[in-house]
Design a binder for this molecule. Structure first.
Ligand code: PLP
Length: 399
């Protein structure tokens, strides 16, 4: 009998639960613009345009050429040298104590770790709390694991911090995980001190919730702002873990390297799951990561200086055009409410219009969740001249 399965629709219900991929619509328009040989200024994806520092690349090449053992399967949880270096970096940077054996795990990028953590903890119908808007894996990871997302709205009137007091008691009692992310993608919000994190720790302890703080932008801070670690709060390690990434700090997005630190008991199921699914990070990349964390951090200062200059050009330029935007203290983005004239559009409609009329691609806020729909996110991922070009095009467009 002929196989009547329709492969285009018989994929898993878990995958079907994912919201539509809004960035796909922009990709199609971007491709159409490139096909027409239009000059596209792509400020959509958070994909760093700067190069990985030379000394890190050299370390990778040296390992590849001179250390054939590094070509073998790596240790899934991360090699001891990598975990020890991470613990020392966290001590130097945040003054937090970590046991490299049990409280540090290497990740194939923090996105991988977040998605797998959801799989390690959530069964069908389990509740997890996720910010809205959010970096998409914070909610998609929950959905893919079969869990139920409870939205924590991030609203400008609350400085884009979730209002924990608004979470109903019955939800808090059932929730297993809570995701947080400061400096925040996409809103660019930061915590000014540890007060909010302290509130989170007592809330999580009261309801026995695992806190997963995503600190992917910890090093991309401007002016004199310095992002804290969630684990600096006394007692945070009893209920929490924190994710870090090399992607933005060292412009290593394609290398796929990150780490998670914190409570050993919380990390164990993630380590177990990863040992079944992957062999961890290529040893040569882990050793390059060791070099990144241990060597001079001048390269990070240089990267921050470049993003800060771009931020200044764009924030000043947009405000001058009457498109009001706040000066972010961290990240590599601007989070901008739709201009007055276009407030009747959805963020996707606006982003589509923008690329059609100006060739500028931005990320529609709805791609980060329903609460993002009145905004677009502009990524600071091209050089200064291109931002000046973008501002000229926007001036025409907004008139
Ligand atoms: C908040 C946040 N977390 C994690 C990631 C992913 O980092 P990685 O490249 O380490 O997977 C990103 C990437 O944009 C991000 O914005």
């Amino acid at each position: 009998m002929a196989n009547e399965k329709n492969f285009s629709v018989c994929y898993s219900d878990k995958l079907k639960r994912l919201p539509p991929y809004l960035f796909g619509a922009i990709d199609i328009l971007k491709k159409a613009a490139y096909d027409k040989k239009l000059d596209v200024i792509d400020l959509g994806m958070g994909n760093p345009d700067l190069s990985t520092p030379k000394h890190i690349i050299e370390r990778l090449c040296d390992t590849l050429g001179n250390h054939p053992r590094s070509h073998r399967y790596p240790q899934a949880k991360g090699m001891p040298k990598f975990r020890k270096t991470v613990a020392q970096w966290c001590k130097n940077r945040f003054d937090i104590e970590l046991d490299p054996e049990n409280e540090v795990l290497a990740l194939i990028g923090s996105k991988e770790g977040i998605a797998h953590l959801c799989m390690a903890y959530l069964d069908s119908g389990d509740i997890a709390l996720a910010p809205n808007p959010a970096y998409p894996v914070h909610f998609n990871g929950i959905l893919l694991a079969g869990g139920t997302v409870y939205d924590l709205p991030l609203l400008p009137e609350n400085n884009y911090l979730p209002d924990l007091g608004k979470i109903p008691e019955e939800i808090a009692i059932k929730a297993k995980l809570m995701f947080l992310n400061y400096p925040n993608n996409p809103t660019t919000a930061v915590v000014d001190n540890l007060d909010f994190f302290k509130e989170v720790v007592s809330f999580a302890k009261k309801y026995n919730i695992i806190v997963c703080h995503d600190n992917a932008y910890s090093e991309l801070c401007f002016d004199d702002y310095n992002a804290p670690s969630f684990l600096q709060v006394p007692g945070a390690k009893e209920i929490g873990i924190e994710f870090f990434s090399f992607s933005k700090t060292y412009n290593m997005a394609g290398w796929r390297l990150g780490f998670v630190v914190g409570n050993a008991e919380i990390l164990r199921p993630l380590e177990k799951l990863k040992s079944y699914l992957d062999y961890g990070v290529f040893t040569a990349i882990q050793l390059a990561g060791v070099c990144a964390l241990k060597d001079s951090q001048e390269c990070v200062k240089e990267t921050v200086k470049i993003y800060q200059k771009r931020r200044d050009i764009m924030v000043k330029g947009l405000n001058k055009l009457g498109w009001q935007v706040k000066n972010p203290k961290a990240t590599m983005y601007l989070w901008v409410a739709l201009p007055e004239k276009y407030k009747h559009l959805s963020s996707l409609q606006f982003a589509e219009l923008l690329i059609e009329k100006t060739g500028i691609a931005v990320a529609p806020g709805a791609g980060f969740g329903t609460y993002g729909d009145a905004y677009v996110r502009i990524a600071l991922i091209t050089h200064n001249n291109r931002f000046h070009d973008a501002l000229l095009r926007l001036k025409k467009f907004l008139k």
